[in-house]
Design a protein around this ligand. Structure first.
Ligand code: XIL
Length: 421
């Protein structure tokens, strides 16, 4: 399924601390072997992903025709995995993980802490036992998936819709509101980071780019948990109601989330509309807002087979295998706009089209979004520097002398950098 290719030469120049750093991504010395999947995922050559989910607990065989990121729709929810206490059912999650790894696309664990689809037996336990069970759940997920790319650590913490979305009943066991006001959320992230030093840890929520209360609450909460030391890496905006919101409003609401400094994922976008023409129009209005927002690093559409999605009318693929117009348009749009602005070009790893791309456009000091391990090698392959970084910019002082260096972040190739006078 895979062929090989080289990232072609590009040289970008930036003056840093009085020293010029060339960023060379080239076929130099044949070092930069990158694997490309041969299927025609829509965003394969783009600099953000466009993903989708499992369909009725399975990965469809046509998945890679369009998508290059995958989230299990229900398989990695706590109630699905551990409906019976201490009996873990990982089959569905294993399928997703194996599919993603085989095809070199990133996948996301959805979700660790959520006030819905948690096992019913947890509510009858004492707080101490609840916390012990939460730790067991985190441990079991980590033992099985130590290398998962992304995790929705906490889902839907904002209380809305008369409690339809609400914190879990085991919130107190995680620390309750505490001094930050959101200790249970902060602690969930700390517990996740202890297990997964490299995964992208996401706060994911429902109408946080749609409805005013949620839009205002989310950055307040994120800033509070960051202040309390929570290692949160990104915000996931589900966007289930984006179809009803004016594009300009969506854009400015994404700006508000991004003001926290974190990248944003659009995690569960869908357009419930059985009429082809109006679904298409909505797609044309809304998707470009996400695609062209420099703080958005990836977009996941929530289901694609007509009749097999969470909400009626959201499907993009007819049961006879033909694309609904919104999908055909999406494919063409991405093909003609493969290089949208992305302020976090190295953020998501694990898939082609997500590693830095060659470009003749100068771009700023390269930020390797952490936290993670940055390793710098000389062209003979000797490691000359290794440091733990958190949202750090590569600068010339990390390189001992003039010359070219290969930089890896969390074991993945991130670029060739040359230090020159
Ligand atoms: C939905 C699934 O799509 C349904 O199959 C399931 O019955 C209920 O959950 N927010 C989330 C998702 O974070 O997990 C939800 O998924 C949709 C809303």
């Amino acid at each position: 399924m895979t062929t090989s290719g080289f990232i072609m030469l590009s040289a970008q120049l930036k003056r840093l601390k009085g020293v010029q750093v060339f960023i060379l991504r080239s076929a130099l010395a044949g070092i930069l072997l990158v694997s490309f999947t041969s299927q025609a995922q829509m965003a394969k050559n783009a600099n953000k992903f466009v993903g989708n989910i499992t369909t009725r607990n399975a990965v469809r065989s046509d998945f890679l025709t369009w998508w290059n990121q995958i989230t299990p729709e229900n398989e990695s929810k706590w109630a699905t995995v551990e409906g019976t206490r201490d009996v873990m059912n990982w089959g569905g999650v294993d399928n997703v993980k194996n599919f993603a790894e085989t095809n070199k696309i990133p996948w996301k664990f959805h979700t660790l802490v959520w006030g819905s689809q948690y096992p019913g037996w947890i509510t009858g336990l004492s707080q101490a036992d609840q916390l012990a069970e939460i730790n067991e759940w985190f441990d079991a997920a980590h033992t099985r998936y130590p290398n998962v790319n992304m995790i929705d650590v906490v889902n839907e913490a904002y209380e809305a819709n008369g409690g339809k979305h609400a914190p879990p009943p085991f919130k107190a066991a995680l620390g309750g509101t505490g001094t930050s006001g959101y200790d249970w959320i902060a602690n969930s992230f700390k517990m996740a980071r202890q297990r997964w030093p490299k995964a992208i840890l996401i706060y994911n929520d429902y109408n946080i780019i749609e409805w005013a209360n949620e839009v205002n609450w989310t950055p307040t909460m994120i800033n509070a948990i960051k202040k309390a030391g929570a290692p949160v890496d990104a915000i996931g905006a589900q966007a289930h109601d984006a179809y009803r919101i004016a594009p300009a409003t969506l854009k400015s609401n994404i700006d508000k989330l991004a003001a926290t400094g974190l990248p944003v994922f659009i995690t569960e976008f869908d357009i419930p509309d059985p009429t082809d023409a109006s679904q298409l129009t909505t797609m044309q209005n809304v998707f470009p807002v996400f695609w062209n927002h420099p703080k958005v690093v990836g977009i996941t559409y929530w289901g694609y087979l007509v009749g097999a999605t969470w909400k009626n009318g959201t499907g993009l693929l007819n049961t006879n295998g033909t694309e609904r117009p919104a999908l055909t348009w999406l494919k063409n749009y991405i093909a003609s706009n493969p290089n949208p602005p992305n302020d976090f070009p190295n953020f998501v790893k694990g898939g082609v089209g997500i590693v830095p791309r060659s470009s003749s456009t100068p771009q700023g000091p390269v930020t390797l979004k952490g936290p993670g391990l940055m390793e710098i090698f000389d062209l003979q392959g000797r490691m000359i520097n290794s440091l733990h970084v958190n949202d750090r910019t590569i600068n010339a002082s990390m390189m001992p002398s003039e010359g070219s260096y290969v930089v890896k972040l969390n074991g993945k190739f991130a670029g060739i950098f040359a230090k020159v006078r």
